[in-house]
Design a binder for this molecule. Sequence first.
Ligand code: ADP
Length: 416
Amino acid sequence: MQRLLLLLPTSTYRAAAFIGAARRLELDLVVGSERSHPFQERRSGGFLSFDFLRLDLALREVRAAAAVRPFDAIVGVDDASTELATRLSEALALPHNPVAAAAAARDKYKMRRIWDEHDVPIPRFALRSFEDDLVREAARTVFPCVVKPLTLSASRGVMRANDERQFLGAVRRLEAILRSPDLAQEGEASRHLLVESFVPGREVALEGLLSQGRLHVLALFDKPDPLDGPFFEETIYVTPSRLPTAEQSSIAACAAHAAAAMGLADGPVHAELRVGPDGPRVIELAARSIGGLCSRTLQFGTGLSLEELILRQALRLPIPTFERAGGATGVMMLPVPRAGVLREVRGIERALDVPGIEDVAITVHPDQDLVPLPEGSSYPGFLFADGETPRAVESSLREAHRRLEFRLAPPRASVV
Ligand code: ADP
């Protein structure tokens, strides 16, 4: 029986899917979490708790657990826990991506410098500091541009600017976001921003699994809603892609090139690319799988989950297939309709009645503050649909969304 240490941050939606996958693989599972768990009191040995921001403390706990019985792999589930898993794996001499690659995957500037050196097609970019003379920067910026933070995710703080006035407004807004209390630990990254050329065109998300340097494309999702700004809310993801096969192949080649340039050789990748008249441009590549509850849309072979594939790869177990099973499928990350305090969500039953809709998952609770982009960072829920064709899936998701109604009270004074 192989022994797995799974690092589950408190905020993750992925716990059930990864724990379920570990059970199906009959692993000896140890969960590393940021909080002590009630079961830990029973000394079952199945839980470790440590501060995910303190490598030294984490290492002490993990070494102690490994002394009882060694781990075969350490796996994280989001950006931060993946980097920690890589560092712990290095210390314990377990298979891992280079630490520099895992760190670069979390820093948009480092990542772009590496890609630039390796001729990966990307937007033009420049690093700026909030202490720069931003009026002068605005005057020499080519518009439209995109202003973004170095280390956040889920499009938080990403803004398009079409002229100097919008640029200055976006930079000030980003600076305020980076000063918010929940981001206090961002340090160096909180003093800088990236300014990029805006890449027009359709956007796709590529879900892949690297195995010994080879990228297996697990799914290519079209994002049928135009993402032209000023903010970039992810909404609908539908696979298989409706793009021509040749275009899909050049997207896959571009993502493989981007991952290889970073030195990533194993594990999941989630990449965002824009496909314009000059071919694909890489916008982002994370060394983790798709976020939120979106992985529920994917099944492989005879019903393997994405999480099962990831764990098999990490443990060097055979992977029977990388082929997605089933027909067209999709997910909608429900947009925050406006800032406010959630009272109730109506229309769930009616949304479930839409043909093709598989599930409606509302992940917020009454009295919760809903914060739209660019300040916010989470979705109030997810819609899942299957269908004969990608078009049918897209229409089911749109119809179900129309049937949902978020009732909100005005925002509390303390919330942006
Ligand atoms: P995050 O990691 O927070 O998701 P990204 O850099 O991936 O941040 O940007 C989020 C979204 O913003 C992208 O998916 C894309 O829609 C849009 N975007 C970001 N940079 C650009 C760009 N240079 N040109 C066009 N759109 C962009």
